[in-house]
Design a protein around this ligand. Structure first.
Ligand code: SF4
Ligand code: SF4
Length: 649
């Protein structure tokens, strides 16, 4: 690039960034109940000048003759002088226009001028891109001449006037997400860097949002819009990273999401000083559900992108799964596609990192020592059973129980005859552990679900007014749980038999080429589980337990009911006088009968109790403690002494 070109390109871009950032600052500060027309005119004067300058330069580059050059100079000068004349004549003084009109003008003016600059420089530096207006437009949205100035403007305007509320924390991330456009610079190094960087930024953004909601029970309408809209933008961004990895021609469209990100940034930036009403977000389960669905969709695709980049997923495997031609095959493909991504290492690492922050955050406030230990074990178990064991464990370990079959039949493959005893062993280990420690050994420690339900934000969702276990529908839910559980077990038995017969070569029954037992596992734990997870604000937390479709949890809960685990109170008389009954309100799975049982029996025992210990934390008197095999062992020496004394007498 010669000196003149460098001056034209870099100087022009820098001038544009500073002018637009200052214009945004000026417009934002002029904006109150309405925006003075003169402030809007000054802002649009700058934006229009920029648009004209680059638009007409682009026109000249496309046509390249003296007539177009002459027209470009003429139109540009006449418009700017006429506009300036209006402004110096104090035209429009005292007139106020609505914020909505002003915002649309300023946001579209900013983006149009950026797009025109991107197109101008793209064409100037690479005349071969001139393959049609649409291709030129899409290519320029992917170019650094669009992306970098956008990012710089977002960051500068943020520094000039810091927005309020949640967006104050998110704005720098929203800006940086624009910068990490994987195709802005050609080459594998940038592609990898930008994909990993945008994933990290997205994880940080989600943690910030969920943490913000946890800490502030009452937020503003502006915060609610932020948590609703930003996950949708992030989800689209991840979808637009995933599909180009399957078919690189889709990269052409990535710049569109960068543009949408900037538009969303500008909308939130301009609205941060408006007067918003306050809202207790937990009383709005539907918008929160939409947010969680968007987060979940973004995470699924992010998991896929990371897994492909890390070499764990083969892009060829998706070629048939994106076929939605017939409804039945389409549904099957959606289930397997989702389960493939949710079971992929990239997804599990990402979930582990994201949820981990929320779990650590909760751990810091835990008072009860036993709960602290459980949290640490839960943390360890997530990484061991969910990520390390299925991903890195040598295949030869598949025959050992409790490593790859930790969610029962179908977890790690068809029911091959050679594995029958290993799987039976896994069941025996679980049954014994549940008899000794209660079903919490699974549902509150080793199952990855506990890790996901027990973080700060997700635990708070148990207070949702729609949680069916918190009000009158509890009885219906418990009946439903029985019916669902029985149906799932019948299906499990049938499909396990088919799987075994398939493996023995006696029958040939497959679901679109997939082993029926494995398909059931994918359906339950790779698909339905995550849908229920995202629907927690309307279905309640720990809905795998309360709806009874997790056969693995159900088995352990039923067995645990006959085991040693229970909750005991140190002093039942405290419960008689206790006004708060905080233990019953704290339980995420609807064990509302705790106080009554404590008063009448001194303990509480139920198959529904999965030992999360929220009641232990909530009791204002520290009255509840866990009882399990350790208590029995502690009493053994006393029994032995008593026995000896009896023998001696
Ligand atoms: S019910 Fe199933 S999915 Fe839910 S926590 Fe227990 S084992 Fe995990
Ligand atoms: S266990 Fe604690 S919170 Fe529950 S009723 Fe008794 S004293 Fe109250």
């Amino acid at each position: 690039m010669d000196l003149w070109s460098a001056g034209f390109v870099y100087g022009g871009a820098a001038g544009m960034v500073i002018s637009i950032s200052l214009t945004l600052r000026y417009y934002k500060l002029s904006r109150e109940e309405g925006v003075p027309l003169r402030a809007l005119l000054w802002s649009t004067y700058i934006l229009t000048s920029m648009s004209l300058m680059y638009g007409l330069a682009l026109y000249y580059l496309l046509v390249r003759d003296m007539y177009s050059l002459f027209m470009a100079i003429l139109v540009s000068n006449v418009t700017m002088v006429a506009w300036l004349f209006l402004l110096t004549e104090r035209w429009g003084s005292g007139v106020v226009v609505s914020n909505a009109i002003g915002d649309v003008v300023v946001v579209s003016g900013t983006i149009i001028s950026e797009v025109l600059m991107g197109m101008t420089y793209t064409l100037y530096l690479n005349p071969r891109v001139n393959a049609g207006a649409v291709t030129l437009l899409l290519s320029s949205l992917n170019s650094p001449w669009f992306t970098v100035p956008m990012t710089a403007e977002a960051l500068l305007s943020y520094l000039f006037v810091r927005p309020r509320g949640l967006f104050n924390r998110l704005a720098p991330l929203v800006a940086l997400m624009m910068l990490f456009n994987p195709v802005m610079i050609s080459g594998t190094a940038w592609l990898q860097t930008s994909i990993y960087a945008s994933s990290i930024l997205m994880i940080i953004a989600i943690v910030i949002m969920l943490d913000y909601l946890y800490r502030k029970s009452v937020v503003t309408g502006y915060d609610m819009i932020t948590v609703l809209g930003y996950p949708i933008v992030m989800a689209l961004m991840m979808i637009l990273q995933f599909y180009p990895l399957l078919n690189p021609t889709y990269w052409l469209y990535y710049g569109l999401i960068v543009m949408a990100d900037m538009a969303w940034y500008l909308f939130l930036y301009l609205h941060s000083s408006d007067h918003w009403s306050s809202v207790a977000w937990i009383t709005r389960p539907i918008p929160i559900t939409v947010t969680l669905i968007a987060i979940f969709v973004g995470e699924i695709f992010m998991g896929g992108v990371l897994s492909i980049m890390m070499g764990f997923l083969n892009t060829g495997a998706f070629s048939t799964l994106i076929n939605l031609n017939s409804p039945l095959i389409g549904l099957y493909n959606i289930i397997v596609f989702t389960a493939t991504l949710t079971g992929s290492p990239g997804f599990l690492v990402m979930m582990g990192a994201e949820m981990g922050w929320l779990v650590i955050d909760r751990l810091r406030t835990i008072k009860n020592g036993e709960n602290r230990i459980r949290y640490l074990l839960m943390f360890l178990a997530y990484w061991l059973y969910t990520f390390y064991a299925p991903t890195f464990l040598p295949p030869s370990f598949i025959k050992y129980p409790y490593l790859l079959w930790s969610m029962g039949l179908g977890t790690a493959g068809p029911l091959a005859p050679v594995l029958v005893w290993a799987i039976v062993g896994t069941y025996i280990i679980n049954v014994v552990l549940s008899l000794l420690f209660g079903s919490r050994q699974l549902c509150s420690i080793t199952c990855s679900a506990s890790y996901m339900w027990q973080g700060t934000f997700y635990n708070k969702l148990k207070l949702s007014p729609l949680n069916p276990m918190r009000h009158g529908s509890k009885g219906v839910m418990l009946k439903l749980r029985t019916y669902v559980g029985v149906s799932v077990y019948v299906m499990l038995g049938l499909l396990a038999t088919l799987s075994l017969l398939d493996q023995l070569g006696l029958v040939h029954v497959y679901v679109y080429g997939e082993d029926p037992l494995v398909f059931l596992y994918l359906l339950l734990f790779g698909f339905i589980w995550y849908i229920f997870f995202a629907l927690a604000p309307v279905l309640g937390t720990y809905n795998c337990v309360t709806y009874g479709w997790c056969h693995w949890g159900l088995l352990n809960q039923v067995v645990g009911r006959f085991g040693l685990f229970k909750l005991v109170v140190k002093d039942p008389s405290l419960c008689i006088h206790c006004k708060s009954k905080a233990c019953a309100y704290a339980c995420p799975v609807g064990n509302t009968g705790l106080p009554g049982s404590f008063i009448s029996k001194g303990y509480y025992k139920s198959s529904l109790c999965v030992g999360v210990g929220d009641c232990v934390e909530a009791c204002p008197y520290g009255n509840i403690r866990f009882y399990d095999v350790r208590d029995v062992l502690a009493r053994l020496p006393r029994w032995a002494r008593r026995l000896q004394r009896l023998q001696n007498t």
